[in-house]
Write a protein that binds this ligand. Structure first.
Ligand code: GLA
Length: 739
């Protein structure tokens, strides 16, 4: 079906945002309130609707402004507020200039834009073939005005929402809740899926029945955090990888967030998302406006697999920096595990020779290259080359590395400072802090106060002066601690609780300036691994260091969990040392290489001795990684199987010509079942040749009958390695070419 207009506004002010597959409907009530009507699979928006917001007498309930039976506690709304008969999570809450918190917004006007405007100071999804509806609501008493933004895309089953709040009055108001979206859904049986974790165990899938009451995922320590990703999927009970309806929500924001799902007294469900109201206040002075981060809602009628396909394509096309879309990521050697802080020009050049001889594309100099940085007790903030290690500066070393025919990458942790640094000695008030309190440290470091423009300017100047040499192709942008004693010397007393959000605005401002000046530099987002792995950071950085957990068995859950939202193109991995520095496990090069295969950015972080011991196997993986790098940058990813003991993933190249199937079997046992994998999304009429044995299999058979997976033995009974794997931690990568 071809839908020409994505947006339809009826005479009685019903708004319909639809593409060929989804519809999002809401309307203005006779009282002027915005009522939510529907979000789901496309429906025709003309004629009478069989289900509309209802009004019925219910004992003891309040009636909004005396309107008979109009009780907002079970009315689906687009901009719900507290104080006029609805006591659920409000989207907005403010102490107005009269000192009370009752605000009532009614419809004022609307406009339609042919595309999507960017958000003021915040990252947001790009537009394209899209239309944006802006509805303006006003509160005549408090003289506040809000603009609700809705973007609908023709090719993506995603609705983008955000809010801008204006104070048109003459006195300041204090915002406590400035959420970006609220979605009211009908009473039904739902389940939730979210991603939780901690350092080195990020992104663990958590599935549960929707509880009664309010369930909140949140962060309050300055980053979106590895505790809960700013993402949630609400699904029809029993939905699985291929079937069932799913409504998922993700924030384009990297700071303190809250996503809550509330099943109220009448069982209807409210999904709210935005900046965490906890420990947040914003003084909105007369004439000022406040922009809320963007929230994305995605709908899939094809289960969680369909949801992931929608997110992956959306992130690749509308979020990731476009210049890296579909572009092969360089394979690299990172100096960290090879040298830790003992980097120097000699060490770097010899690592470069090693990288070159292995066939890698890039050498990355990690921590330790800047002034006085010999361990983690000092120097963060002093972004000048350590001339004892790099006599002519890191820029000169970069040039030498490039002469060897390699790309050059460099580590920064720009947002941090050690008290033991020239920067801190000169500007002790440039850190996030509150007066008269001893400061909490993390890895001996403090967080620079990026809510202050002079701090952002300093960092821009330092990074710019290094990148301007033109020989730096890649930056690993690290961020290794959480906020504490949260306050800013640059803000007035009444504005102290603005610090964390203003910090994020500073980070985005800095990233925006740097990435605009150096569009060809590939930035990798890292925050002790996945402590700030979100769509806000991905708007600037094409890839993320998924987790410090580089041991492959520990990585399986992380990559599987991440794949609900993130495509392989944004995931980075490397082959690390054994025993693993994270969980002490021994694993084969084969397993490390094959799990790592499923991330688009792949590298090594090994010392020279480890490299020499496994040189041949490493060379083979690097060759495979390079040959498949373009496919990985735009491949489709399918979760075929995920249990405590077995994981099976499929990747299909964007041209549908190559299929990669990974099977990972964790612990062996005697007499295990024979397993099959049912491939997805193949051409039923085509044949696919399995590279390892040359057999051609029909697409329909591979999808419907499935292909035999290796049988995992506790003991080796046969040498038929085509069908056998042995022992714990076995893995198999199968490659099929479409004939
Ligand atoms: C963090 C990162 C590591 C490395 C070190 C350097 O721990 O996760 O990969 O870059 O910082 O100090």
């Amino acid at each position: 079906m071809h839908v020409t207009s994505l947006l339809n506004v009826s005479e009685n002010l019903r708004f319909a945002l639809s593409n060929a597959r989804i519809s999002y409907l809401f309307q203005v009530s006779p009282e002027g309130l915005l009522e939510h009507v529907y979000f789901g699979q496309r429906i025709a928006d003309e004629g009478a609707l069989p289900a509309v917001p209802r009004r019925a007498y219910r004992c003891t309930t309040l009636e909004f402004q005396g309107v008979e039976n109009y009780n907002l506690s079970d009315t689906p709304q687009e901009f719900p507020l507290f104080g006029t008969s609805d006591a659920r999570q409000p989207m907005f809450h403010a102490i107005n200039s009269a000192g009370n918190s009752t605000n009532v917004f009614v419809y004022h006007s609307h406009e339609v834009l042919a595309d999507k405007p960017p958000l003021d100071g915040l990252p947001s999804a790009r537009g394209g073939d899209s239309e944006t509806l802006i509805v303006t609501l006003k509160d005549a008493v408090s003289q506040l005005r809000v603009k609700l933004f809705y973007t609908v895309y023709r090719d993506h089953d995603v609705i983008a929402r955000s809010v801008q709040i204006f104070n048109d009055g003459e006195q300041a108001v204090e915002l406590s809740h400035a959420l970006s979206s609220s979605l009211d859904l009908p009473a039904d049986d739902y389940e939730l899926l979210h991603l939780r974790g901690t350092w080195s165990r990020e992104m663990n899938e958590q599935r549960m029945d929707l509880p009664a009451g309010r369930f909140t995922l949140e962060s309050a320590s300055g980053t979106s955090s590895n505790h809960h990703n700013p993402f949630i999927a609400l699904m029809q009970k029993g939905a699985n990888e291929q079937h069932g309806q799913v409504i998922a929500t993700a924030l384009v924001y990297s700071g303190n967030f809250a996503i809550s799902v509330e099943q109220g007294e009448f069982d209807s469900v409210r999904v709210s998302a935005g900046i965490n109201p906890f420990n947040f206040r914003w003084l909105l002075s007369a004439g000022e406006s406040f922009t809320c981060p963007e929230v994305l809602h995605c709908f899939s009628a094809q289960g969680l697999g369909g949801m992931s396909q929608t997110w992956h394509r959306f992130i690749q096309q509308q979020i990731s920096p476009p210049q890296f879309n579909g572009v092969a990521r360089p394979t690299y050697l990172n100096s960290w595990e090879a040298a830790y802080f003992d980097v120097s020009e000699d060490v770097v050049l010899s690592l470069a020779d090693k990288a070159k001889s292995l066939g890698l594309d890039m050498l990355v100099v990690d921590d330790g290259w800047f002034k006085g940085r010999n361990d983690d007790t000092s120097s963060l903030g002093d972004w000048y080359s350590d001339t004892a290690k790099f006599p002519n500066g890191i820029e000169a070393t970069a040039e030498k590395v490039k002469h060897k025919g390699l790309k050059f990458g460099l580590w920064f942790e720009p947002e941090m400072v050690n008290p033991e640094s020239d920067l801190y000695r000169a500007h002790p008030d440039w850190v996030i802090h509150v007066p008269d309190r001893k400061l909490t440290t993390g890895r001996n470091q403090l967080i620079l106060d990026l809510s202050r423009s002079e701090v952002v300017d300093y960092l821009f100047e330092r990074i710019d002066s290094t990148l301007s040499c033109g020989n730096i192709d890649y930056v690993k942008w690290d961020m290794n601690r959480l906020m504490s004693e949260i306050g800013s010397a640059g803000l007035a007393k009444q504005q102290q609780l603005e610090t964390a959000h203003r910090y994020m605005l500073g980070v985005y401002g800095l990233l925006g300036r740097i990435t605009a000046k150096y569009p060809q530099v590939l930035f990798e987002n890292c925050a002790s691994g996945g402590n700030r792995f979100d769509l806000g950071m991905l708007r600037f950085m094409a890839q993320t260091w998924t987790s410090d957990m580089s041991e492959p068995i520990g990585r399986l859950a992380i990559v599987n969990g991440a794949s609900y939202l993130f495509p392989p193109s944004v995931l980075a991995s490397y082959i690390g040392p054994v025993p693993s520095h994270q969980n002490d496990r021994l694993s084969s090069i084969k397993l490390r290489g094959e799990v790592g295969f499923f991330c688009a950015a792949r590298g090594l972080s090994l010392n020279v001795e480890d490299i020499d011991n496994d040189e041949q196997a490493l060379k083979e993986f690097i060759e495979l990684y390079k040959a498949t790098a373009t496919d990985l940058a735009s491949a489709r990813f399918y979760r075929l199987k995920y249990t405590n003991n077995e994981v099976c993933w499929q990747l299909t190249s964007a041209d549908h010509k190559t299929i990669y199937l990974g099977y990972f079997h964790i612990l062996s046992a005697p007499n295990l079942p024979y397993r099959r994998a049912h491939l997805r999304g193949l051409d039923a009429g085509a044949n696919y040749q399995l590279k390892s044995n040359g057999e051609k299999y029909n697409g329909a058979a591979l999808m419907r009958m499935g292909i035999d997976l290796p049988y995992v033995h506790a003991m080796q009974f046969s040498n038929d390695t085509d069908y056998m794997d042995r022992g714990d931690f076995s893995s198999r990568l199968m490659v099929f070419d479409k004939c």
